[in-house]
Design a protein around this ligand. Structure first.
Ligand SMILES: N[C@@H](CCC(=O)N[C@@H](CS)C(=O)NCC(=O)O)C(=O)O
Length: 129
């Protein structure tokens, strides 16, 4: 396929970026079965943010693996986060699979409603295949 056609597809796919900011065409494949089994949880943070610490604590208490993207001193990173988070600019912003959870309060609200575990479970691939 000509390079230009690939680039065009990549641009079109940007409406559907995954939680790590990859489009389908260029998303890295899991390197191992254990990687394939990791929950697809992404949390955008800054280092001095108590809400970020509290959100990570809840995930850690649940033994949930997550990818942390620091937007400390990174206006472009925060702008990308905000784009993905429907315009929200505060940290943390948390994504579970394709779902935008929101911030720390939203994460704890899901937990209190008894819905967080189901959402986390729904992101688990059934096989590495
Ligand atoms: N209710 C929000 C509060 C988040 C919040 O206020 N975060 C602060 C940092 S701790 C923030 O992003 N402030 C704006 C900024 O840092 O530019 C949540 O639960 O996530």
């Amino acid at each position: 396929m000509p390079l230009r056609a690939v680039a065009g597809r990549q641009r079109l796919a940007h409406g559907g970026l995954d939680a790590l900011g990859y489009c389908e065409t260029f998303r890295p494949r899991p390197r191992s079965e254990s990687e394939a089994q990791m929950p697809k949880v992404v949390i955008y943070t800054t280092s001095s943010c108590p809400y970020c610490i509290a959100a990570k604590r809840l995930l850690t208490q649940k033994s949930v693996s997550f990818a942390e993207i620091s937007v400390d001193g990174d206006p472009a990173g925060r702008a990308m986060m905000s784009d993905r988070a429907g315009g929200r600019r505060t940290v943390p912003q948390i994504f579970i699979g394709e779902s935008h959870v929101g911030g720390c309060d939203d994460l704890y609200a899901l937990e209190e409603a008894g819905r967080l575990d189901a959402l986390l479970a729904s992101t688990q691939p059934t096989s590495s295949g």
